[in-house]
Design a protein around this ligand. Structure first.
Ligand code: 0PR
Length: 406
């Protein structure tokens, strides 16, 4: 650090230099984030100083957080949204950590009290490693989580459409299972697991079921066609918690994630472990993973959810799906065979592993496109976010064809 500060102009010249190295999302089709909505930016600036980790100082911002959770609970078809509990997080990773933290606490609590099935189950557990059942498509945050909580990650098989096979999930449950994860919009393909079936399995086995809807949480509820194959909310009785990210398809600022628990009592069994006394804050306890938390993200999320409403999100999702359909047809037009997309994520095979990586690199180095690759299936992957246009797609397909032909 310099002894003396430098002028504002000099600082902003420096910042511009750094910023010029960043993307402005033009030509980015690898990201699940996009430019925040102007309303979110405005609200973010207004609440830039707020810290919801110290609720007594920011009563209004905390009230807003409560209302965001309630709006999320309504979106997730909670029959009594006021019963839901939850808060804003830094994103899907933190939300998933908290969900699994509670699963483990619930299991340990049952083990301590030995008062129900889970208690009996864990009696035999003693020194055995606990396990968590996830679809093979689970986001890599679950790898981190397994390490963090010393869990064995049991990956359940997928069907030909990359949705988890319920029978495989059920076959992996044993007396050391702490819970089940389902995904509403998996990272690589955007596919939704059969959550209705997972809900039945969870109830039958008295296990919590967490739905990772980090991406799909602001997509699936806004699809025109609502049927039992794309339901993942609290109307399914086995679902105990859901994560969904306003900083992905929710148009909020980074970092903004949401974790919602169906019932505050789901937390109760574990509260004595996660809840810590906070004697020098304005509240007596804190039951979130992080301490200081940005109220600006709460305000941005509140503002954009209220501003867009269901109708606004439906329009945006329709726009992204239209782009996806447009890209699908264009790729067929150049003799490729893209996977039929579930939502606004497109996956297309262009050859083997090396060829795929090579094409991706050429697209980046020759034409400036950022796209990604899938590993579960060897293919290029594109996310059609609201910043993409049909003109971008026209150009992208021309560039891709040029590389394939040369
Ligand atoms: N769950 C799912 C289903 C996800 O897709 C992701 C992130 C997470 C959890 C974790 O969310 P956070 O990263 O908010 O903690 N999926 C993207 C990925 O890892 C995130 C991403 C976003 C990647 C923007 C790149 C990017 O530019 O691929």
């Amino acid at each position: 650090m310099h002894e003396q500060g430098i002028s504002e102009e000099e600082i902003f010249e420096e910042l511009e230099r750094f910023s010029s190295l960043d993307t402005n999302f033009k030509k980015v089709m690898s990201s699940m984030c996009t430019l925040p909505h102007p309303i979110a930016i405005r609200a973010h600036q207004r609440f830039i100083h707020t810290n919801i980790g110290d609720p007594g100082l920011f009563i209004g911002t905390c009230e807003m957080e409560k209302q965001v959770i309630e709006m999320a609970a309504v979106l997730l078809k909670h029959d009594n949204p006021k019963e839901a509990a939850g808060h804003l997080t830094s994103g899907g990773t933190e939300s998933n950590i908290e969900a699994v933290y509670h699963m483990k606490n619930r299991f340990m609590h049952a083990k301590d009290t030995n008062e129900n099935d889970a208690g009996a189950r864990s009696e035999n557990a003693k020194d055995v490693k606990l396990n968590l059942i996830v679809p093979a498509t689970a986001h890599f945050s679950f790898e981190k989580i397994a390490n963090m909580f010393n869990l064995q990650l049991r990956k359940a098989e997928l069907d030909s459409t990359y949705r988890v096979v319920p029978r495989s999930v059920e076959s992996k449950i044993d007396e050391n299972t702490i819970g089940i994860i389902g995904i509403a919009g998996n990272t690589e393909f955007g596919e939704m697991d059969p959550i209705g079936k997972l809900s039945e399995i969870a109830i039958k086995n008295n296990l919590p079921l967490h739905i990772d809807a980090a991406f799909g949480g602001f997509v699936y509820p806004f699809l025109k066609d609502q049927n039992e194959l794309n339901q993942f909310g609290f109307d399914l009785p086995g679902v105990t918690s859901v994560s969904l990210d306003p900083h992905k398809m929710g148009f909020s600022v980074i970092p903004a994630g949401i974790i919602v628990f169906k019932n505050a009592s789901v937390l109760d069994t574990s509260l004595d472990r996660i809840k810590v006394k906070t004697p020098y804050l304005t509240s007596n306890y804190q039951s979130t993973l992080t301490g200081t938390r940005p109220g600006s993200a709460v305000a941005a999320t509140y503002a954009v959810m209220k501003y867009l409403g269901r109708e606004g999100y439906q329009k945006n999702v329709a726009y992204c799906l239209d782009l996806t359909e447009y890209l699908f047809q264009k790729l067929i037009g150049i003799k490729l065979k893209p996977k039929f997309p579930a939502i606004n994520i497109m996956v297309v095979e262009v050859g083997g592993v090396q060829q795929t990586t090579h094409i991706r690199r050429c697209l980046r180095e020759q034409f400036g496109w950022y796209i990604s690759e899938t590993k579960t299936k060897v293919a290029l992957r594109l996310v059609l976010m609201p910043h993409v246009t049909k003109e971008d797609i026209d150009q992208f397909v021309l560039d891709l064809k040029y590389i394939l032909d040369n």
